[in-house]
Ligand binder design. Structure first.
Ligand code: NAI
Ligand code: 15L
Length: 279
């Protein structure tokens, strides 16, 4: 499964999280040796040669974590809406610190876990299946649905800056919902199966000349909402489709209702009025 020019040692940040746990089990089959980093201990590891428990904002630890790797898959961060100052530290400062460590250590390729919530207020297509011409393109204007989504837009722009200024290449993957199975009707459209996620990360790590490329990350879902062509251009060929889960989920939850604010946009319930967070 490994490509001849594949990076060999990859730093996987956020390795203790849901997606990190799935990816550290799947990526070694592509030939990668993983170095794992997370704020919290990786409990059920190691699936890797090295495991580092550190905060992204710990400059020295991060520099050591980055030293000597061929590429980075950056999953660490707060993965849901949270008070702005928490998002500021883990997702904005943390991602900045990671790019700085990468610059100082001469890393040439990063795969950044962006999110559909960077464009979450984009109205979702309604006709199903969505005609190709109506799929949401990666060039659609950013419409973050939360401070969390805003931080993912920041990460994408930071990646763009570090490509233009420092020649560090990034694929920013606007992940839909990466879980073992889809659990909602919305997820029928945005699901990224773990196996397809590993395929996409591998493509993002090995494609030539990506500069800064933004892609949507989902499987080949029958009810897909967005355009996967920039992901496919990296060599990503999704193999999974959420459709086998559709009948049961729709019977339980009903079809999405365009008049319901929690169903009307890509970001789903993230677009409904948020709680007021303490400062
Ligand atoms: P998760 O919340 O399960 O895992 C995130 C991990 O990052 C946690 O283990 C946490 O300890 C670690 N982390 C948080 N702040 C940190 C810091 N300051 N320093 C070091 N580590 C820190 O999230 P999940 O679902 O695994 O997502 C992984 C990444 O993918 C996140 O960046 C998330 O925003 C993004 N994403 C995930 C989606 C999904 O469906 N799972 C969808 C869209 C984006
Ligand atoms: C995300 O960005 C979150 O990290 C994940 O937990 C899911 O909520 C996903 O988006 C989604 O939109 O389903």
């Amino acid at each position: 499964m490994s490509a001849p020019h594949a990076p060999r040692t990859v730093l996987l940040t956020g390795a203790a999280g849901g997606m990190g746990t799935l990816m550290r089990r799947l990526l070694p089959a592509y030939g990668y040796r993983l170095r794992l980093l997370d704020l919290v201990p990786v409990e059920d590891g190691p699936d890797a040669d090295e495991v580092i428990t550190a905060d992204l904002c710990d400059r020295d630890a991060l520099r050591q974590a980055v030293h000597g790797v061929d590429a980075i898959v950056h999953l660490a961060g707060i993965s849901l809406e949270a008070p702005f100052l928490k998002i500021l530290r883990s997702n904005i400062e943390g991602t900045y610190r990671l790019y700085e460590a990468a610059r100082q250590e001469g890393i040439r390729r990063i795969v950044f876990a962006s999110s559909n919530h960077a464009v979450g207020f984009t109205p979702r297509p309604v006709a199903m299946p969505v005609p190709d011409a109506s799929l949401i393109p990666v060039g659609a204007p950013r419409r973050p649905d939360t401070f969390y989504g805003l931080s993912k837009g920041f990460g994408e722009d930071l990646a763009s800056l570090y490509w233009d200024l420092h020649g560090i290449e990034t694929v920013s993957v606007r992940i839909g919902s990466c879980f073992p199975e889809p659990t909602s009707v919305r997820m029928l459209s945005v699901w990224l199966s773990p196996a397809d996620a590993a395929r996409l990360l591998h493509a993002a790590l090995t494609a030539e000349g990506v500069g800064h490329t933004v892609v949507y990350g989902s499987s080949a879902n029958t009810r897909l909402w967005w355009d996967l062509s920039t992901a496919r251009a990296l060599g990503y060929e999704p193999q999974d489709d959420s459709e086998p889960y559709a009948a049961e989920l729709i019977a339980e939850q009903g079809e999405l209702d365009p008049a319901n604010p929690g169903h009307a946009h890509l970001g789903g319930h993230f677009c409904t009025r948020p709680p007021i967070w303490p400062h």
